[in-house]
Ligand binder design. Sequence first.
Ligand code: GL2
Length: 822
Amino acid sequence: MVATHPLALAPVSSPPATVDGFVREFLLNLNMERGVALSAATETDKYMALAATVRDYLVARWLEDQRRQREDQRKAVCYLSAEYLLGRQLDNNLLASGLTDIATEALAACGIDIDTMRAHEVEPGLGNGGLGRLAACFVDSLATLSVPSIGYGIRYEYGIFRQVFRGGEQIEKPDAWLALGSPWEFRHPEAAQTVSFAGHTETYDDGGVIRSRWVPAWSVRAVPYNYMVPGYQNGRVNTLRLWSAEATKAFDLRTFNSGDYVEAVRAQTFAENISKVLYPEDSTPQGKELRLQQQYFFVAASIADYMTKVLPEDFDLEDLPDRVIFQLNDTHPVIAVPEMMRVLVDERKLDWDAAWAITQKCFAYTCHTLLPEALEVWSVDLLGRLLPRHLEIIYRINDEFLLRVRERFGDDEQRLRDMSIVSEHRAVRMAYLATVAGAKVNGVAELHSQLLREKVLHQFDEMMPEKFTNVTNGVTPRRFVRLANPKLSELITAALGTGWLTDLERLRELESYAEDPDFRAAFADVKAANKRRLNDVLMKRDGFEIADDHLLDVMVKRLHEYKRQTLKLLHIVTLYERVVSGRVAVSDLQPRTFIFGAKAAPGYAMAKRVIHLINAVGAVVNNDPRLEGRLKVVFPPNYNVTLAERVIPAADLSEQISLAGKEASGTGNMKFALNGALTIGTDDGANVEIRELVGDDNFFLFGMSEPEVEELWAAGYRPGEFAQADDELRRALDLIGSGAFSEGDRSTFEPVVSNLLYDDRFMVLADYTSYIAAQERVDAAYADRDAWTRSAILNVARTGFFSSDRSIRDYIDRIWHTQPAR
Ligand code: GL2
């Protein structure tokens, strides 16, 4: 039957974008979908109805964009990422759709305060840190730039754990983010894909051609959940498709009828485990089987989805590289490479060479690390057990690759061993596989990309230099300036007019305003207001108070030794020790509040001990009357995107103090600079580019450079010598070791101290003296508040480069070569 009704033939329409229209739609959702009257509605009812209402305004555009994408001949981007650290959705979607004012007024007319609604939302924490947040910024920019694209990932039932402190120690609680329902998603069971595992492979005669096939042992259903990703006020709505694992059959009825209920649902539990929980390790893979299952699960579903649902049926596969590029966000999705080969060769019956030629043009790989221990490897045994056909394919890719290495470099056995995708220890090096297969390989900051070429992937760079490129990370200014810092945004708009949010380099125009005393005063007022707002949030959340006149010194990021939270601690302990030993008068201290935010991987003992130490130092420093409240350590638990949005705009000083050569990029560093914090930092990751842009006068540089680090390491690093050479460093270490922060118990933090003195892989002690000196420059600079504000304005003005819109344009120019839709 064909539709004949005029309404059925017309494009889907949106509710009227007026206060009345919004109220009507909201009440409709509340009454019809939630089944409650306004007078009886709970906060959850109201929040759910509000989210559904915002969704209703986006759906028409979304459906239209999906239709166009199917017809569109232009190349699309499939972003494959195991993590998307989205943050709250409501405010972002209101902003993107231009509905904030209408919704505020409409809700007020219904007796609802929109801020209460904002606070009610639980953020989807489907990522660990920078890598996952980057993916979320990128989908925002892809939509804002109208790039035809789909984000693919996993709908973890439990995201990154909720952190609580007990006696100062981290306790992990499950993050049941779906408990109240998830109003932003659309579940599509009819579009499910089957993903198989294990079993064996066999060859067969296919009409005279001998082919391989995979006979899997078990499979699960991958059910897609679609999320709308609206561009910023451009009418574009892209899709984020997250997969959830379900059993292929709910339970075994026979077993169930025989009375063994638990056994009957075992298969279901087993299948659902795959997307149950996000692995909480940030940049240190654990090599767990379930993790490999997760990785294969989502890429196999995504490739199948793209090939069977997005591509037209009669599509000529030779043209695939003109139609799609799969961007691999780190090594987590790299199993997509052999999967694509399997699909092309085994299922679509292309010959190997044709399939390989296509595959090599359809993938590109982003590397996010330099730490050797972070480079993912999978054992041949595990791969062979879980994905036997993929292992065969990897072996063949490797054989052919090593032939090419031999052709090029001769029988250099050492080189062949070094470059082999499968190591001598029977481990598959996923970064090598990605490099061999990908059309391009990029690092995430200039220094990182340079070190990738010179060190981690040096021999690959020698052989295929044309593959390597850089795309410096960026952050979305919609969330991290406009939403997080509305007052600063207003000030900028008052000065520059509109348009800067999608053309962030325009912030340059603020440079001249830095010389205007009225503008500086207004800027300082914004900072002060943001501190008060943070104070309100922290008072309510954790009972912490932020004093108005303190320098706000912030270190928020995952707890990792290479990031050196212990260096920050040694600074605090040094300031404390100076006063309690009487060497410095308390009145000479610049009042400072130190804010920490950090989660440690649950199995990372040293990181957890450092968390304990931060809390322990805080408990002593905050309560010692000799300090007269001039130093304060604030460590709110469960740092997440929502808290970041409050902390960053309030900060004066941004701590980016990793050992040079260890932080691939960092993205927090960009968010702080864009919100007018000055950075104290090493020459590492994107700090290098931030400093170049803002200028040495507006950045506190300290510590060894990467070549200096290498040199000291090669010469034989003995941290104890640095403790010997600096009296204050020794005093700080002694104080911690003496039990001063653990009620006299020397053993509690002894492992931290002896790790620093006798091992210190990340050279905290070597950079201490320089760090303390830089902090003294900070104090001196802060004493001239007006000059500080000028520097802060220049930080904002000069860091427009770090918009993720620019990153995406760089991906388009250097890697994807796709055209944004009009
Ligand atoms: C990271 C890097 O450590 C970090 O420096 C970088 O900014 C982000 C995004 O590129 O990627 N790599 C990684 O594994 N995690 C990161 O945050 N988790």
